[in-house]
Each structure stands twice: as C-alpha cells, then as structure tokens.
Write a protein that binds this ligand. Structure first.
Ligand code: SF4
Ligand code: SF4
Length: 82
C-alpha cells in the first residue's frame, strides 16, 4: 500500500497520477512559497486521496522519475472482482 510521497523533492510531473490504476493519487493545486514581488506561486502536487483503494501494484513507485514514492509491500487491500 502506498505510504508516503516526499513532496519536498517532487517536480509535479504527474506521472504517479497517470499510472495509478486505482485512482489513488490526485494532482492538486498546492500554494507554494511567495514568488517575486509578493506574487503567489501555484503548482500542482500529488495527494494521496484514496489510500484504501491502493492495490499495491508499485506503478507509482517504479515510474516516479525522482524515486520519492514509498509503497509498502504488504497488500492490505485486494483488487475488487470487477
Ligand atoms: S501502488 Fe499502484 S494502486 Fe497503489 S497508489 Fe501506487 S500506482 Fe496506485
Ligand atoms: S511521479 Fe514523482 S515527481 Fe512526478 S508528480 Fe509523482 S511523486 Fe512527484
């Protein structure tokens, strides 16, 4: 089951969201530090929204170019029958 994503090192590429077959990871707007002249910078970062749906396929961990997604090998949920 997916455990953590190290957002401090995340580039926001969105690959983990794209490859997840169980719709666990969602890219969401995250306010980041203030930019020049007080402008707020906005960037998309992955959020673990439906951890209980994770089928421990390891796709997010394998395909993340930064290798910052941690999936624990224990499968707590089984794929649904459909
Ligand atoms: S291990 Fe598989 S199902 Fe679980 S969050 Fe990653 S890509 Fe999705
Ligand atoms: S694949 Fe990795 S670097 Fe890309 S958004 Fe997901 S966690 Fe961040």
């Amino acid at each position: 089951m997916i455990e953590t994503i190290d957002l401090a090192r995340c580039t926001g590429c969105g690959i983990c969201d794209l490859v997840c077959p169980a719709d666990v990871i969602h890219m969401e707007d995250q306010p980041s530090r203030d930019g020049l002249a007080g402008m707020r910078e906005q960037r998309m970062l992955p959020a673990i929204r439906f951890r209980e749906h994770c089928i421990t396929c390891f796709s997010c961990e394998i395909f993340c170019p930064e290798k910052i997604v941690d999936v624990h090998p224990v499968v707590r949920n089984r794929p649904r029958a459909w």
